[in-house]
Ligand binder design. Sequence first.
Ligand code: TYD
Ligand code: MG
Length: 477
Amino acid sequence: MPAVKAAYVCQVCGQTAPKWQGRCHACGSWNSFTPVAASVSQASAVISSSKLLRALKEPQSTPVIRSLAECVGMAEPRWPTGLVEFDRVLGGGVVPGSVILLGGEPGIGKSTLLLQAGERLARQGRTVLYVAGEESAAQVASRAERVGATAERFYLLNRNALTDVFAAVGHLHPDLVLVDSLQTVFDPEVDAPPGSLAQVRQVAVDFVTLAKEAGSAAGSKNGGGSSGPAVLLVGHVTKSGLLAGPKVVEHIVDVVLSFEGEKRSALRLLRATKNRFGSTQEVGIFQMGERGLDPVADPSQTFLGERPKGAPGSVVLAAMEGHRPVMVEVQALVTPAPFGGTPRRLVTGVDPARAGMVLAVLEKRAGLNLATMEVYVNVAGGMLIDEPAADLAIALAVVSGFRSVPVPADMAVAGEIGLTGEVRSINLPERRLAEAARAGFRRLLLPAGNVRRLPLRADIEVEAVGRLEEALGWVER
Ligand code: TYD
Ligand code: MG
């Protein structure tokens, strides 16, 4: 069967289509389709496979072959930057010769993070090249001054053409190349504007080639042996949250990081959505300050810093951010709706659909009359919690607010609520318990299903709840 030839390609996500389309059904972008030149011809595929066959028959040089057992335990060398939250997400530091893509919305702090990470490595004696394709040297310099990035081996190149970048790399032999941004650098051999899918893809491939193969040619002197420089690419994210050309770039690079946060709050979260050298469960927590990004070493303390103890409508949730436990405050305000108006439901920080379900279960199973009440739910400190374990905290905060009865100040909770009002088991209860104890709580409400297997601790008590009604006993007059 002849394959359908793609004649148009979405410049945002790389989706192909035989006809022009106004809206991409894969990523939702408008007017993003442009024609493509004929795809790879079959002839070239035949040639490359016959080359491969020849290599099979007459090997030119013997490549190094190791038994898998020999390789077990071979750790990747790492360069810890010392920016703890950044290193944590990478899995311990930058791997020499690796290519990292850092995505995030404009203004979130990507350039700042790049400068601070580069600065740390330059201070340790690594040579770092910052390619600024987006901002003038003066703009980069003023930010550098602000965050104190003044290390001697930190170099700036204010160019967009890849040929200039590679020439600078050949001259400087940097250990790390920072590219700000992927969308503003272009390969002059590709006949497409900077930022287009064809350019973004080619530039990414060129940098991967540089990182993986340039080492031997350039006479690398870094700790990575035969590899070229590590490359950190900044990638812009479109409004819908997609990296421009994600399909084509994400599988090419080793690590994909995403930098998130609400612009109004100073909180910034760094996550790995792909990591060939580490877990994708780690989260880096920062606060944007006057002098750049500050790692948040004790998130629980930060989030609970301004908690009004003993106030109705405030409940502490033992949450998980990936593999990391954090204590956050869930708040609810319940007030009568204006006469005749539709009562509002305003939810931030937790999934509104989840919160809506919890409210419905409270009405049905606990007999709470919320129909004429306005309900506001918020997670203090700008944190976004996306796990069902938040259900019990939402329910208790709403009922506590509704009845004006505070929960005990030294109590935290975690649990999923089912539609029949049952409290369901959650993941990683032990870590949540340990963090609750560390943060000074004396009691943790947990689903009964979790409690059976939990070891006893002297510093904190566990209260098992099987049903929502039992949990509501804590907010009764
Ligand atoms: P920036 O790193 O330029 O974001 P991006 O590269 O992702 O577009 O930083 C964006 C915002 O951070 C900018 O509005 C100013 C603010 N900022 C601070 O609050 N403190 C600082 O020390 C720095 C450098 C920036
Ligand atoms: Mg920037």
